[in-house]
Write a protein that binds this ligand. Sequence first.
Ligand code: HEM
Length: 436
Amino acid sequence: MAASQPATVGSVAPFLAKAPPISIPMRHFVFAAVAFWVFAAAFFLGSGRFLGFNFQALWVLGLVHTLTLGWITMSIFGALCQLTPVLWEIPLPNPGLVKLAWWCFAIGLVGFVGHLWADLQNFWMPAALAVLGVFFYLFVFWKAILLAKKLDWTGTHLALSLGYLSIVVILGLLLAYDREMGILFSDPEGVLIAHIHLALVGWVSLTIMGVSYRLVSMFTLAHLESKTPGRLALVLVNAGLIGLAADCLFFGGRLLPLWSVILVLGGAAYLYQMRRIFAARNRRIDPALGFTILALLGGAVWAALGLSLAFGWLPDTTNMRVAYIFAAILGWITPFILGQIHKIVPFLVWLHLYNPSRGFAPGIKLPKMQDLTSQTIAWMELAALTPAIYIGIAAFLMKSEILIRVSALFFLAAATLYLINTGLTLKHLKWSPYSA
Ligand code: HEM
């Protein structure tokens, strides 16, 4: 009996004809899983360095970019390589350039974080290599967008988020250079706030919003009747972000409360759109959807902290700012990525090895897609990640070193379980009798 076709993806034949070699997305997902584990281990081992630290601390900067570049950006690049044929109905342009981009980005990132952790001079130099890698990726994805037969709703989000990414990495590189030279910016604080928001809202959150309308509807088998809340979210998030970034870069950040209200309203419209997708679902909640719900909760907490900081309801201290960034990166972005990757990686491996179009002899019993991953381990990951996030946020709000340790221990458990589960899927590529 041939393996059953996964219900989430419909007919795979047109996709297969245009899909890139599996090694291209996989190298991204493997690097990202290791980066997430390195973050968790360093967060655990580095306790004592996080409370009341000077925000200039290079060690923390390295940890933040292990997550934002190594885990988050690497995962998104891998997913976009795979999604290109789905979203834009064309093969991935220049796969050779994507491989080169991966090497530049990976080596540049390891060098950047390594320099920061070893307290070495000129850390902007490896950062420049990582930025070069990002521009190779941007070239490929923009080319795909230009060649696309049509730009749908998700594509519009991605075209914008890729534009923000180009500004983020240029600002990041200039900040890295200026940290050592101190000659470029009269108000580095304003540039830093712009860099952080263009990155977390413009690059990552807009990508997540666009992709979630497509992927979460697909995974829940929900049919979307109205996209009005989502369209409103797109307008409000862009308006709030551009206002905030321009204000911080050129006018000293005088209207932060206004921008925060516009951004939060955009986030609320997005949440409403997602609520409708979940209400229309035809699937029971599995671990991947559980991660997505956890992410939506984390997004709401992030927005509440942002509003409280902008209006002065919370004191503007380093610990409060860390709680805010922590809620964004680990409460909102991380569970969303985990939710999607738990579907994408087994699907790609199944498609590569066991899809019926490979012409298996009748009667052969092949694994199904769900056999390639452990649901039990995925639920355990979710069970470890949830306390990790909320104990971590509480730790920074309450300035508790003990809670930081507890949160870090849960993160280490979640990241280790995730590595094991990813390994269970990937082992098929090496040891399956059909892996030739
Ligand atoms: C290669 C690209 C990037 C470089 C070279 C870079 C560089 C930097 C530098 C030098 C700072 C500290 C600035 C200062 O305090 O004066 C910083 C802060 C930060 N960046 Fe980036 N960045 C890059 C990409 C990103 C991306 C893609 C994200 C998010 C997705 C991100 C998120 C952050 C956050 C949250 C902070 C504040 C945390 C801290 O200062 O420790 N960065 N970045």
